[in-house]
Design a protein around this ligand. Structure first.
Ligand code: GAP
Length: 511
């Protein structure tokens, strides 16, 4: 069986070959950690957005939408803490000129020691057979204990250095552990510097500090600064939410893993404004609701889990991630954060404008607390692609790659094939498409054998293929084939809309 790295490579090349995801500006050899969505990728993305928007905005009468600009007043990012604290500790190797995240270099080093422990454990298990007790071995074997205490000491020092922004301390760990550059093999390191992840640019034609603006690193701040505009014009009462889908930008240095970690990506965020003191109740409620959103789509429960943050950001009083089992293992797909009144309070003090809510029932003003749900759309696309990618051997010994994308998210809902390119069959196929194309994304295809046409649609994840043959001319019926079961049925043309609609309508996800 192929290992998960091979499967990941296959998914990446499949995504390119079938028009889901292309490297950005590929003819110029691409741009690191930036990708474009092709004809099928954009449809998949739009369907995910629609499902999210429906479940957040349409289904909740106290949640409304917003589309704030990417560019914001630079003071926004001072108030939010991003100018001072949204950074990674970076170090350069003077010989290879390669730049690394200092904490990643240390983590990889600890990973290597951990691998040595695992090797010892495997060897011992073989040696002792059934009598082997792993826990006893790990806590009594001197060599293993030595490795473990080395890991623990390095980890304690690293966590402390990061918490205290002690860049010299971080560098010293690398020097003391004699960590070498994976490319040059040398230990010739620069100082560790904090590198801000925000992209900056100049507003206007004259460059000065005051004209520096940033591409937003999260969509949330557009919601915070508009909080009162929306509340006053919608007359919503706490608790209420504001939802937004939009681009965000981060100058990520460690940017491998395809569309998992990007420099330009899309977030789907919702800020829920609640009465102070009630935040934990809403935090728990949104955690459960958000998990149910993924399961409702058919993503299996065992591929999803919560992961509580060990170190809370200074503004949070609770934070958990929803993690998905990607080909490279469990990783964050969404964060649920209880952000207290930090953001509204900070904007109030930096802008000098009151950002308080008047609670008419309690007859008091207060700064609401915020529980946010923040997911990465690109990570969701990767989750759907990797969960859907299936290689199958069929009964006749042939094989197929089928993308078992939930029909509600599939880029193309139905493909229509005239059996031959003549005898009036193409005209009937086009007439059917004309009647359905405003309801579903349809595709017309007349090239190659029907078998080859099926394979191409399987690879894209099209739930239905419909063949128009000579009998159609007499009986007004067509053959509809379902993607996963490959079952074929003869049905009247006039029933096609209802059959396809029932399977692909996002309404079916809400019942
Ligand atoms: N407003 C809160 C916030 O931005 P975050 O945990 O930094 O929180 C939220 O980001 C989500 O955005 C993550 O769970 C992830 O899905 C997505 N995300 C963050 N950085 C990303 C990147 N560089 N590339 C792709 N998605 C990213």
């Amino acid at each position: 069986m192929a290992n998960s790295e091979d499967i990941f490579k296959k998914i990446i090349s499949h995504a390119k070959e079938y028009g889901f995801v292309f490297p950005s500006s590929e003819i110029y050899d691409g741009l690191s950690a930036v990708y474009d969505y092709g004809q099928n990728g954009v449809e998949l993305k739009n369907n995910i957005k629609n499902y999210w928007w429906a479940s957040m905005v349409r289904m909740n009468e106290n949640i409304v939408g917003l589309d704030a600009a990417i560019l914001m007043h630079p003071k926004t990012w001072k108030a939010s803490g991003h100018v001072d604290a949204f950074s990674d500790p970076l170090i350069d190797n003077k010989d290879s000129k390669k730049r690394y995240r200092a904490d990643n270099l240390i983590e990889e080093y600890m990973g290597k020691i951990s691998a040595k422990i695992n090797k010892e454990v495997v060897k011992a298990a073989r040696r002792f057979g059934d009598a082997f007790n792993e826990e006893t071995y790990r806590t009594t074997n001197e060599r293993v204990m030595g490795y473990q205490s080395k890991i623990d000491a390095i980890n304690t020092n690293m966590v402390k250095a990061i918490a205290e922004s002690d860049m010299d301390g971080l560098r010293q760990i690398i020097i003391d552990a004699e960590i070498a550059c994976p490319i040059s093999g040398s230990k010739n390191w620069t100082e560790v510097r904090q590198f801000n992840l925000m992209f900056s640019t100049e507003m206007g034609s004259v460059s000065s500090d005051s004209s520096t603006i940033y591409l937003r690193p999260e969509t949330a701040q557009g919601i915070f600064v508009n909080f009162l505009n929306v509340q006053k014009t919608s007359r919503l009462k706490v608790p209420f939410g504001i939802a937004q889908i939009g681009k965000a930008f981060r100058n990520e240095i460690v940017a491998r893993q395809f569309i998992f970690r990007l420099k330009e990506f899309e977030q789907m965020e919702m800020q829920y404004f609640v009465k102070p003191g009630e935040q934990m109740k809403w935090f728990e409620e949104w955690k459960e609701k958000r998990l149910a959103w993924y399961i409702g789509l058919g993503l299996p429960k065992e591929k999803l889990r919560f992961h509580a943050h060990e170190n809370l950001a200074h503004y949070a009083d609770a934070a958990e991630d929803i993690e998905f089992d990607f080909p490279m293992g469990f990783r964050e797909i969404e964060g649920i954060h209880s952000r207290t009144d930090f953001d509204l309070g900070a904007h109030e003090s930096v802008s000098g404008k009151k950002l308080q809510y008047f609670d008419s029932e309690a007859n008091e003003n207060y700064t609401p607390y915020v529980v946010e749900t923040s997911m990465g759309l690109d990570r969701m696309v990767l989750a759907v692609l990797s969960h859907s990618y299936t290689e199958e051997t069929l009964e006749d010994g042939s094989s197929r790659v089928v993308m078992k994308i939930p029909p509600q998210l599939a880029p193309i809902k139905a493909a229509f094939f005239p059996l031959v390119k003549k005898d009036g069959l193409p005209e009937i196929a086009r007439e059917i498409i004309d009647n359905l194309k405003l309801d579903f994304n349809c595709l017309y295809e007349e090239k190659d054998t029907i078998g080859k046409r099926y394979r191409r649609q399987d690879a894209v994840g099209t739930p239905f293929c419909v063949t128009i043959d000579h009998d159609t001319l007499n009986d007004q019926q067509v053959t509809i084939r379902e993607r996963d079961s490959m079952e074929q049925k003869r049905v009247p043309i006039k029933e096609l809309g209802a059959i396809i609609g029932k399977a692909v309508d996002i309404k079916s996800l809400f019942v």
